[in-house]
Design a protein around this ligand. Structure first.
Ligand SMILES: [Zn+2]
Length: 414
């Protein structure tokens, strides 16, 4: 019993420390007295825990604040540059790596092309080699790195740290955490790529301060990351947000999942390309055919966008239909979860008004409540920044973390 009490005291202490740390992150520079007010902790507790945070170098004292009575208080802020985090986006064809400071500001980036096909062991080797390259490139000391976060496409189990199914690499059950933790002796967090992107937008992007929003990524596939009450919602087995596989047309085209008429089979990049290819094969005249010099197989979503910019009717029509399908998917999301904002990311969203216009129109018609619709703020490295945020979340808000609870002892939080 005694050891149990010691254990719960330790846990309480580390949670209180994270709580203080997070208040300093959100409201710093801030005085000890203000922290006590905001956290409802006693001033002596705050003083003790702040002393430990100062000793760990996570927090530093900054300028003096203002006070109407008595002497000016010493202000505290996060020592953002004292530690780094590594974030990795595992997409369909590339690895994108970033190293960031504690504010998720990018210090260094690395883009690595993945061979395809690839086996699970060579994929893991490539991941490890890429992290090594990034460390070298950014001349980081390993003892100031707090952890590695990974946003992986497909189905992911963040608790076990395993990528269950990565469709674009045709791989299953990749033990990412186990391999990377062994290789680097650093805590490793893993989450689905779109879910990571949503978390990044929530902390540092267009979702900042928004209680309920949904990040929808439209690229090679379609997925969503759902933030409810400022927290990433993952569902019972981590697949919440797989809107790409919701049925939009019962008799629609076949999807990679085996069903027919999924949103992804109608509105993702490859779906736009294949609809256009079919029309051209049936004899429809279009600038798109010229752009690929008659090789219809070479048509991509990007080619269609290029043609639309030059006024090609087929291209404009294809993107308009895509916008309508997306609008139906998004309206369904709004009707189920009533978010106040939808944030769009991914390659297809770059087609701008050609898709956004008809999409917004459809949403207005079909959703019972309105939600503002905007694009992601964090751009091409958004998923990698989101992956880094997984590690930051474990440090600042461990109670929100879906990963395991190890790791934060590096900075004395456990
Ligand atoms: Zn499907």
């Amino acid at each position: 019993m005694a050891s149990g009490m010691v254990g719960s005291f330790q846990l309480m202490k580390s949670l209180n420390k994270s709580l203080i740390l997070n208040v300093i992150r959100l409201d710093g520079p801030i005085s000890r007295a203000e922290i006590a007010k905001k956290t409802n902790l006693t001033p002596p507790t705050v003083t003790n825990l702040v002393a430990e945070l100062l000793a760990s170098n996570l927090v530093i004292e900054s300028d003096l604040g203002t006070s109407s009575v008595g002497r000016k208080p010493i202000m505290l802020r996060i020592h953002a540059s004292a530690f780094q985090v590594i974030g990795i986006d595992v997409g369909a064809s590339h690895l994108k790596l970033v190293s960031t400071n504690l504010n998720a500001e990018i210090q260094e980036t690395l883009l690595v092309k993945m061979p395809n096909p690839i086996t699970a062991p060579s994929f893991l080797e490539l991941l490890i080699h890429s992290v090594d390259t990034l460390l070298e490139k950014s001349q980081l000391q390993k003892d100031t790195i707090l952890g590695i976060g990974i946003g992986m496409h497909g189905l992911v189990n963040p608790k076990q740290g395993v990528a269950d199914y990565a469709p674009n690499l045709a791989l299953r059950h990749i033990p990412i955490r186990e391999k990377l933790e062994t290789a680097f002796n650093l805590p490793v967090e893993i989450e689905n790529d779109v879910r990571a992107m949503a978390l990044g937008e929530s902390w540092f992007g267009n979702g900042q301060g928004i209680e309920n929003f949904i990040c929808v990524n439209v690229g090679m596939g379609i997925g969503a990351g759902i933030i409810l009450d400022h927290k990433l919602f993952t569902g019972a087995s981590f697949t919440a947000g797989e809107i790409g596989h919701t049925t939009i047309e019962i008799e629609g085209p076949k999807c990679s999942c085996g069903n027919h008429g999924c949103l992804q089979a109608l509105a993702a990049g490859p779906a736009i390309a294949s609809r256009v290819q079919e029309e051209i094969r049936l004899g429809r005249e279009s600038l798109i055919a010229e752009l690929v010099h008659g090789d219809v197989e070479e048509i991509t979503g990007e080619t269609v966008h290029q043609a639309a910019l030059q006024g090609d009717p087929l291209a404009i029509e294809a993107l308009k239909n895509t916008g309508r399908y997306l609008g139906i998917g998004v309206a369904n999301l709004i009707n189920i979860l009533n978010p106040s904002r939808i944030i769009l990311g991914g390659g297809v969203s770059k087609a701008g008004e050609f898709i956004l216009g008809p999409m917004k129109e459809t949403v207005e018609k079909r959703a019972l409540n309105s939600a503002s619709i905007c694009e992601v703020k964090l751009g091409d490295f958004g998923t990698a920044i989101g992956a880094a945020t997984l590690v930051l979340q474990k440090l600042f808000m461990p109670e929100y973390s879906n990963g395991d609870t190890r790791g934060t002892e590096r900075v004395g939080l456990q």
